[in-house]
Design a protein. Structure first.
Length: 500
């Protein structure tokens, strides 16, 4: 059961149901009875995360009026949903959405495969690219040259190296957000930053609002911290946030924290515009919610004609009283460079630093020196340009390969980031992931990115392979899709070793 119950109004549900009518039906598809079509529509909205699990549905009479159908049709649809496990009802309390017992919350995150397994399996599980050489080697060499003075100290810098804190603050100031070093804490990756924030602001049982879908590893981190996750559905397409839903959740659920990825959202690739950012900050401030903005993808715009990034979320709260910003070198540079940072008000930074004594004490000095070298020499900008070119080439190759091998799969091509969010032609993402293990391609299923089993019809595909490897990945995905379509449970041909 979901951990917060929202109310879905009749007019709102009717709009969502009517939006499904734009989807083309397959050839030869017979029109189902009205009650069945309504039940299927609600079920799909739940599985896609557009209607949260545990959302209270409107009364039969109210929905019938909104849809201009008979109350008998709605009653029959509700009964069908109850029998299939997608609706629960209690006399006098109404009806609310659910997922069947066979749709468990995924228990794992997105851990990478060991390198020795990569000869026979194409790994599309992690949105990470190889290091942009020669910049990694140069950064480490530069760090070694700067290391001797630090080696004569104890080496513990709970807030981060002063030089790196000052450099990160300077970079925010250059983006139009005046920032002091006292507003920066260096962390062990973005995961370390968000873990510290959750422990400081959200104790066990506290509500945290999250986009639906959202980044799987962060969702798992929050679950293990004992948070009560409150999903907020994304707007249709790649248009960012649904502000009506955000205002409702922040007002009614009063979450302690809201976690958002406004810059090339993981997994959908959506980019929130200036107006959405300003309105969300205002809504969070009014609700007393701490807004955590994860901008680890903010430098990964890919298109040559990209119009430019919107103002950073913290630009609408420069003092950091409402917005806490999290950044990282892991996506824009290399996942092996476990350097992240937090930008917040100085008192928040002091509290995070004080709490760190009971966690990891500090971030490795050598890696901090390497990132500082990149920032101070201009190597960062050149490395990120290389990363953009590689991701753009991979994205275009993967998109073309999917359109050839799996033309029924639906997706919008994002302008940046590292991920493609794909509706898998009506197939189960979980079964595709299972079948992919047999055909030699590893993909994460949609429910990993949702709360309470949503997004069963999706998979996430990162831009981590290109050229012939992307083509082969699509071929193997198509083979996995055929296994799912035919209900095959074994006997798949072992994948051949692939050499690019």
């Amino acid at each position: 059961m979901a951990q917060w119950t929202s109310a879905m109004g009749a007019a709102q549900l009717a709009r969502l149901l009517n939006s499904q009518q734009d989807r083309p039906a397959g050839p030869g598809t017979r029109r189902p009875p009205a009650y069945r079509a309504l039940a299927d529509g609600v079920r799909l909205l739940v599985l896609e995360g557009r209607v949260p699990v545990a959302a209270r549905l409107p009364a039969e009479r109210e929905l019938a009026l909104a849809l201009s159908v008979s109350r008998t049709t709605v009653a029959a649809a509700y009964e069908a949903l109850r029998s299939e496990g997608f609706l629960e009802s209690r006399r006098g309390a109404g009806s609310w959405t659910a997922v069947p017992a066979g749709n468990p919350i995924p228990a794992r995150g997105l851990e990478p495969l060991p390198p020795e397994a990569l000869g026979s399996v194409i790994d599309l599980g992690c949105a990470s690219l190889p290091a942009p050489e020669p910049w990694l080697t140069r950064a480490v060499q530069g760090a070694l040259e700067e290391l001797p003075p630090y080696a004569h100290t104890h080496g513990d810098y709970p807030a981060g190296l002063p030089a790196l804190r000052a450099m990160i603050a300077e970079r925010y100031t250059a983006r139009g957000i005046p920032t002091m070093p006292e507003q920066i804490m260096v962390t062990t990756g973005a995961m370390g930053a968000i873990d510290a924030i959750c422990h400081l602001f959200a104790g066990r049982g506290e509500r945290i609002a999250v986009e639906s879908p959202s980044y799987a590893n962060i969702l798992q981190l929050m679950r293990e911290a004992g948070a009560r996750l409150v999903p907020v559905a994304m707007a249709e397409g790649l248009s960012g946030w649904d502000m009506d839903r955000w205002r409702q959740v922040l007002r009614e659920a009063a979450p302690r924290i809201a976690y958002v990825v406004a810059d090339f959202h993981n997994p959908t690739g959506a980019l929130a515009d200036d107006d959405q950012r300003r309105r969300l900050v205002d809504a969070a401030r009014s609700a007393g919610t701490v807004l955590v903005a994860d901008e680890t993808m903010s430098e990964l715009w890919l298109d040559d004609d990209f119009a430019g990034m919107p103002r950073p979320v913290c630009g609408f709260d420069p003092a950091g009283s409402t917005v806490i910003t999290v950044g990282s070198a892991s996506k824009a540079f290399w996942a092996g460079m476990r350097i992240g940072w937090v930008r917040a008000a100085p008192d928040v930074i002091r509290s995070l630093v004080a709490a760190r004594a009971y966690a990891d004490l500090g971030t490795p000095v050598l890696e901090q020196l390497a990132v500082n070298w990149l920032f101070s020499t201009g190597g960062w900008e050149q490395a990120v340009q290389l990363r953009r070119a590689q991701a753009r080439e991979n994205r275009d190759a993967l998109v073309a390969a999917l359109r050839r091998s799996l033309p029924s799969w639906e997706f919008a091509v994002p302008q940046g980031g590292l991920t493609l969010w794909v509706r898998a032609g009506g197939l189960s993402g979980s079964r595709l992931a299972e079948a992919g293990e047999r055909t030699g391609v590893r993909v994460p299923s949609g429910p990993r990115f949702g709360v309470d089993g949503a997004f069963e019809g999706y998979v996430r595909l990162p831009f981590t392979v290109g050229g012939a490897v992307a083509e082969e990945a699509a071929v193997r995905l198509a083979a996995a899709a055929r296994l799912v379509e035919t209900g095959a449970t074994g006997g798949a041909e072992a994948p051949r070793t692939f050499v690019a």
